[in-house]
Design a protein around this ligand. Structure first.
Ligand code: COA
Length: 416
């Protein structure tokens, strides 16, 4: 079966997480992704947080599946020559070096266009071009702070909190992939490549859109009725942290379940959606609330949300989260058990859908990775293992026309 990106060759000049997440997705869709790595070292994540001595770390293996690896010192004249050949024969180049690194290497956007006007050049940086912080090196949590996620995450009486979700890294990579695919479609019409840029700050802010909505509401109205601060707490001049509130017309909260004293994940998210309010009252044994004017409508309930969730919690604490789930589902009451990573790793349904995949690796053996979250009916994803450092160097250089003697010389000079 053909893959959507069959025939698309990508120079993968990425490292750590943001860039590799993008190129891994494109590799899953069939692109030939060639990871260009420094000889002897490679992507820093190969050795970061190692759990098996001598084996590529999971940090690397889980972000670099389905790729080929070429070692190449692109700061040497011979290495630059190889890279130029690759640029002339590739469709996309993706990088997430610190600002200016590619220019310093001699591969500015201008130079790349000269070499291949059809090239799509995609970059992740911490901040957008033109931003006063454009020259900064940026990691995940810096982006979460700069993009508005940290100031709006956590509890009102605690400090700003970063999310475990890689909003700055993998999320930016996904944004970049959308840009690359769109540029490939535009190239079909124009015959020209283009530069695709995505900053981590922007990608985080894009996911915090509703908080910028709330900022403007706060400035106009002074309070936000769906926030836990309403009606008794204080609102300042910026969107406050709202704990586990879900906001909007579907208030939700995390409540304890049986065993919470010992199990940090014996919790349940429960949403008190308006159409199932009566069912909620019946299930928790508070039929009296059905006719109580204080709870008669979603608006009436807003000032009493904490009281409502406290009452729901009295009920959920008598059962395990999965028992709560089974009962609430019978009434279509939206809810979700708090799943630990252990539960996710062992969950048969996620294995069945191809979302958690077991891959075999020649050095580390079997490991779990997250498969393609985007499922397509004509393009099933087959996840394969990450490449060893330089595993495909000879193969790729032969494809570019280098002879065995050339390879020996390049290896001797430590270019590959
Ligand atoms: N051959 C020779 N040199 C190579 C090379 C190769 N194959 N691959 C990389 N290099 C060099 C680069 O040219 C650069 O050299 P220079 O700084 O002398 O010009 C250097 O290696 C890499 O630098 P940099 O990307 O800045 O690495 P770092 O470890 O100092 O910083 C980041 C890491 C992530 C902070 C930085 O890359 C960054 O800010 N990236 C953009 C934002 C981003 O993606 N952050 C999230 C990462 S998940």
């Amino acid at each position: 079966m053909t893959k959507p990106l069959d025939g698309i060759r990508i120079i993968d000049f990425t490292h750590v997480q943001a860039g590799p997440a993008c190129t891994q997705l494109l590799a899953w869709y069939g692109a030939d992704v060639i990871k260009v790595e420094r000889p002897g070292a490679g992507d820093v994540t190969r050795s970061q947080l190692r759990d098996i001595p001598g084996a590529d770390a999971l940090y690397f293996t889980m972000l670099n599946g389905n790729k080929r690896s070429l070692t190449l010192d692109t700061k040497t004249p011979e290495g630059k020559e190889v890279l130029e050949k690759m640029i002339k024969t590739s469709d996309v180049m993706v990088e997430n070096f610190g600002p200016g690194a590619l220019d310093r290497m001699g591969f500015s956007w201008k130079r790349i266009q000269e070499l291949n006007p059809k090239m799509i050049m995609a970059s992740v940086k911490g901040f957008s071009d033109g931003h006063s912080y454009e020259d900064l090196k940026v990691y995940e949590n810096v982006a979460q702070c700069a993009g508005g996620a940290a100031s709006t995450t956590g509890f009102w009486d605690g400090p700003p909190t970063v999310s475990a979700a890689a909003l700055g890294d993998s999320n930016t990579g996904m944004h970049l992939a959308i840009g690359i695919l769109t540029a490939l479609m535009q190239r079909e019409k124009t015959g020209r490549g283009q530069k695709v840029s995505c900053s981590m700050q922007d990608a985080v802010l894009n996911l915090c859109r509703v908080k910028l909505r709330d900022q403007q509401r706060l400035e106009r109205v002074g309070v936000m009725q769906e926030y836990p601060q309403y009606p008794n707490g204080e609102f300042g001049d910026a969107v406050p942290r709202a704990g586990n509130a879900s906001g909007g017309g579907q208030p939700g909260w995390i409540v304890k379940c049986k065993g919470w004293e010992k199990d940090p994940n014996a919790y349940m998210y429960v949403i008190v959606q308006a159409p199932v309010w009566e069912a909620v009252c019946k299930v928790i044994g508070r039929e009296d609330w059905i006719t109580d004017v204080r709870f008669a409508s979603p608006m009436a309930r807003l000032p009493h949300l904490m009281e409502i969730f406290a009452e729901i919690e009295k009920w959920t604490m008598t059962m395990t989260k999965f028992e709560v789930m089974d009962i609430l589902n019978q009434y279509d009451i939206p809810c979700g058990p708090i799943l630990s990573m252990k539960e996710i790793a062992e969950e048969p349904a996620l294995r069945a859908t191809g979302t958690v995949v077991e891959v075999d690796h020649p050095i580390r053996g079997k490991y779990l990775t997250v498969g393609n979250p985007i499922k397509m009916s004509d393009s099933p994803t087959e996840v394969t293992r990450s490449p060893l450092l330089g595993e495909h160097t000879d193969e790729i250089l032969s494809e570019l026309g280098y002879s065995t003697d050339d390879l020996i010389a390049l290896r001797h000079d430590k270019v590959i």
